[in-house]
Ligand binder design. Structure first.
Ligand code: SF4
Length: 735
């Protein structure tokens, strides 16, 4: 696996790419290398974890797994207990048994020899992987043996591969702060060199997103690349995102989605002599993991049953996979050919070549990137044929033309639902309940005003009032609510969807125009674009037969614009509609905007089927979302702002959208009930939003509903208390 000097990048080039290259472009480069190596295959393992003890003499500051002698939850697994643990794993069709843990005198070389030899008998054909270079060096020292002799004895007992743990960051100035008592970088590399010389495959980790800077990341990768040139024994490089929860390092946030994608991509591009780049599913959000598989990552780790180290580190347990089938489904959902393997990549399946699609998309993309209007047919071709990273790169460039400068905005707002009682019964809605149901509620106008007052006192500048179509709540009710807010609270009233306006007008027996005029007179200042879902009646007939028809939705918005009210436009996708129908939705929005110019922003988000009556053929993943955001930016050439949807996509993927054409992070949202009803529960506060925007390389600015800047959080105010590595990545504004 020799490196090709022609494609090899230097440390300086790698640093520049890590710091400067737009994220979508970095993803595209890494993905091309990954596909050249593995085609459309993505690897995973079905592993069981055994962590013999959480007691440890090394006590690293970065680690929240270790326990001190006498701690209530300190434990050490006897050989008998280990045997029982493995008995339950027999019949699980495992590929790997992963054994890592703390270091204590009683768990010596004999302990591990016995453990590996009965594991080999009990789990034939399963790769016995584990033990970090730190553990091996420590056990060898305790046994008074060389690392070489120690590894030979472990291999004789069945040990098959050295895990990549304990590498953290090699730079001594960082290692001293995070793992002062751990072996230094050269010793770690020597253990792996010895393993390679003995024919033992190993992996290599890099723990990032704590106090290291970009230079130290490239230094770490460079030391690995040098050893790999020498021995060729490494199988996978494993960038590990630091889990900041409550650690002793004074780091508030771990690496965000954008940072994880950039580090994974540069790892793939720079380590040109490593076969695989693995990111571990049990350390991150699944939507982000999906995007990472299109950013140079060809392996998503494994089921990691009984895994305790990541759990102790505070990694999101809800994201774990519990079966090989679940991992296969996840990878297929992302268009990959799942390949079950082990951590030494033995028993690899045959390779399939990647996608052979036409190149028509290239000319269309150049046209769109240059700001030329594209047709529905061209938009469909782009949507179906263009790699999503290329769409992202072009949409990012387009965004810079349409919203010049280095600012990305957010608004501090509150979503307030007046009632969950609704007569419409949309099949995709998990929020509503029928009239008369014990679960039903309806706020009084006084309660509405009180809640809005509290939100304004807490800093909200915008109130978004919406609710079910409740026969008890008529136009007078909303006029009372709105005027009560207008007369008592300094907040912008951005409320009510076209569906509600149609309902209130019909109930009052008046026209849409008169209804909007009365609401405007009562204080309504702009309309959010709720209720649009997909503006194609064939789809609406299936998902919400009783709801406003597409043309009526557009008519309400047109009337509102004519009456001087600005509006936003939304889209909910993933109901099984076709790409053509999604493009039709975008075209209808664009056509109306040509006529009125009333839309300030476009906000797409994916349908979440949980707790709803509607099944969906395929749950939309993070790459589906980023592809749609980029397409929206390239098609909607007359709508300035595009909002990233963290409520449905999670903060990581929403942050990535800021590199795919989005320029706004939406609302900080003090409360949100409709999407939460589906079980999705992403929450952020203003400080986190500022952090996420900054990590994505933009200057965060709080905005009004009309996108005026209220406060711009330039880097100066931030750098004061941030480690060098987390200073703002200044993206050069390309001409
Ligand atoms: S989406 Fe709105 S209109 Fe449809 S059922 Fe839910 S609350 Fe009612």
């Amino acid at each position: 696996m020799t490196n090709n000097p022609a494609t090899r990048i230097s440390d300086f080039q790698a640093l520049e790419m890590l710091q400067q290259m737009p994220t979508a472009e970095l993803m595209a480069r890494a993905d091309a290398i990954r596909r050249a190596r593995h085609g459309d295959q993505t690897f995973y393992v079905h592993s069981h974890n055994l962590n013999p003890t959480n007691r440890c003499v090394v006590k690293c500051r970065l680690c929240s797994f270790w326990r001190a002698e006498g701690d209530a939850d300190a434990y050490t697994t006897s050989l008998e207990e280990a045997r029982k643990n493995l008995e339950k794993a027999q019949g699980w069709n495992l590929t790997d048994l992963h054994i890592v843990g703390g270091m204590v005198p009683e768990l010596d070389l004999e302990y591990y020899e016995k453990l590996f030899s009965f594991a080999r008998e009990m789990l034939p054909g399963v790769l016995l992987q584990g033990m970090t270079a730190v553990e091996i060096h420590w056990i060898a020292g305790n046994a008074g043996l060389s690392v070489h002799a120690t590894l030979e004895r472990l291999m004789a007992a069945g040990f098959g591969s050295v895990s990549g743990g304990g590498a953290e960051i090699f730079a001594p100035e960082i290692r001293r702060q995070i793992a002062a008592d751990k072996i230094d970088a050269d010793t770690w590399l020597d253990v792996h060199r010895t393993a390679h010389q003995l024919g033992l495959p190993t992996n290599a980790t890099m723990l990032f997103g704590h106090i290291e800077n970009d230079e130290q990341i490239i230094d770490h990768l460079s030391r690995l690349r040098k050893l790999q040139d020498e021995t060729g024994g490494f199988q996978a490089a494993i960038p590990l995102p630091f889990q900041a929860n409550g650690k002793a390092l004074g780091v508030q946030y771990g690496p965000s989605g954008d940072r994880q994608v950039r580090v994974a991509a540069i790892t793939r591009i720079y380590l040109d002599n490593f076969p695989h780049v693995r990111m571990l599913v049990n350390y991150m959000d699944r939507k982000l993991l999906g995007v990472l598989t299109h950013s140079g990552v060809d392996d998503i780790g494994g089921t990691s049953l009984d895994e305790r180290v990541a759990k102790a580190a505070g990694a999101p347990q809800s994201q774990k996979f519990f079966s090989a089938d679940e991992m296969e489904a996840f990878l297929s959902n992302h268009g990959w050919k799942p390949v079950l393997t082990n951590s030494a990549y033995q028993a690899l399946g045959t390779r399939q070549e990647a996608q052979g699609t036409s190149e028509r998309w290239k000319t269309i993309l150049e046209k769109a990137e240059a700001g030329e209007r594209i047709s529905a047919e061209e938009a469909e071709t782009l949507y179906v044929e263009a790699p999503f990273q290329e769409l992202g790169r072009a949409a990012d460039a387009r965004r810079r033309q349409m919203v010049p400068g280095d600012i990305a905005t957010y608004v501090v707002d509150k979503n307030l639902n007046t009632t969950n009682v609704c007569t419409t019964g949309c099949k995709f809605c998990a929020f509503y309940t029928d009239p008369g149901s014990s679960r039903g509620y309806a706020l009084t106008p006084e309660q509405v005003v009180e809640k809005v007052k509290k939100a304004a006192e807490a800093g909200a500048t915008q109130i978004l009032i919406q609710g079910g179509l409740n026969p008890e709540l008529d136009l007078e009710y909303y006029e009372t609510c709105l005027s009560g807010i207008r007369d008592n609270i300094d907040i912008w009233i951005h409320s009510l969807s076209p569906t509600e306006i149609e309902f209130l007008a019909q109930k009052a027996g008046i026209s849409i125009r008169d209804c909007i005029q009365r609401l405007k007179d009562a204080g309504l200042q702009s309309l959010p674009g709720g209720g649009a879902e997909i503006l194609v009646d064939e789809v609406r007939e299936r998902i919400s037969p009783e709801k406003t028809r597409s043309q009526t939705w557009l008519d309400v918005m047109e009337t509102a614009n004519e009456l001087g009210l600005k509006t936003t436009a939304t889209m909910v996708y993933g109901f099984g509609e076709t790409i053509a129908q999604r493009v039709e939705h975008l075209m209808k929005i664009r056509d109306l905007q040509d006529r009125t110019g009333g839309f300030t922003a476009f906000i797409p988000w994916s349908f979440s089927p949980s707790h709803t009556e509607l099944d969906c053929p395929r749950v939309q993943n993070g790459t589906d979302y980023l592809r749609l955001v980029a397409i929206a930016r390239l098609v909607l050439d007359n709508i300035s702002h595009l909002q990233a949807g963290w409520v449905t996509e999670g903060t990581d993927v929403a942050q990535l959208a800021l590199g795919f054409g989005a320029d706004d992070f939406g609302g900080v949202l003090m409360t949100e009930e409709v999407v939460s009803a589906t079980g999705l529960d992403h929450g952020v506060d203003e400080e986190q939003v500022i952090h996420l925007i900054r990590e994505a390389g933009w200057v965060p600015a709080q905005r009004t509903t009309q996108y005026e800047h209220l406060s711009i959080h330039r880097v100066e105010e931030m750098c004061a208390n941030r480690p060098a590595s987390r200073r703002l990545r200044v993206i050069p504004t390309r001409g």
